[in-house]
Design a protein around this ligand. Structure first.
Ligand SMILES: Cc1cc2nc3c(=O)[nH]c(=O)nc-3n(C[C@H](O)[C@H](O)[C@H](O)COP(=O)(O)O)c2cc1C
Length: 181
């Protein structure tokens, strides 16, 4: 059975990206994937600084890196902040980029996001795709940008827009059919 790790770049209570993560957990589960859904607040890491690395690498960095190496699929939901990525996600990716062996070269990655603007995280996701790809990650092509956030989900936390529902199906298909070989 394929395995997936899912996470959100927002740990805010009531986060729309946590709703997207939970929705993807259900969709991947339905597609026959065993899902580990994590919360980045369980992996605390100080703001990265090279001076910290030698003696103060937080335990969360190697722990999270090992999770990234041992799952077939990684899905990241993230808000867009100022046309870029939230500091939590940038910091997490930065710490992971310093772990060996590289945690970016194993899984197939899916990225998506929910933001309040009508362009729904497309700038943030472009940054994330570029950064992950630069580190050797295989990111599936579907761009899952969702916005405006307030109108995106129904009471059960499922997306309402037919175009988004279709894109999620497409991404689940890609995530379960692409392989690093
Ligand atoms: C510092 C900051 C910057 C933001 N910048 C953007 C932005 O560039 N584009 C956008 O659509 N929304 C932006 N937002 C609004 C977020 O999309 C919105 O707060 C969203 O709900 C955050 O995701 P979450 O619900 O998962 O926490 C910004 C919010 C914050 C706090």
């Amino acid at each position: 059975m394929p395995t997936a790790l899912t996470l959100s770049g927002s740990i805010r209570q009531g986060s729309f990206n946590k709703s997207l993560q939970a929705h993807m957990d259900r969709q991947l589960g339905t597609a026959g994937v065993s899902v580990s859904s994590i919360d980045l607040s369980d992996f605390p890491m100080p703001i990265f600084n090279e001076d910290l690395e030698a003696e103060h690498t937080p335990n969360a960095a190697p722990q999270l890196a090992e999770l990234w190496r041992t799952h077939d699929i990684i899905f990241i939901a993230t808000p867009e902040y100022n046309g870029g990525l939230p500091p939590l996600l940038v910091n997490t990716v930065t710490w992971l980029s310093r772990q060996k062996p590289s945690p970016f070269r194993y899984a197939v990655f899916g990225i998506g996001g929910v933001s309040s603007g009508k362009y729904g995280t497309i700038w943030g996701l472009s940054h994330l795709r570029e950064s992950l790809t630069k580190m050797g990650a295989l990111v599936v092509p579907t761009l899952l940008g969702i916005g405006p956030a307030e109108q995106a989900f129904d009471q059960e936390g499922n997306p309402v827009e037919p175009g988004i529902i279709r894109k999620i199906d497409q991404m689940v298909h890609e995530l379960t059919h692409f392989s690093r070989g």
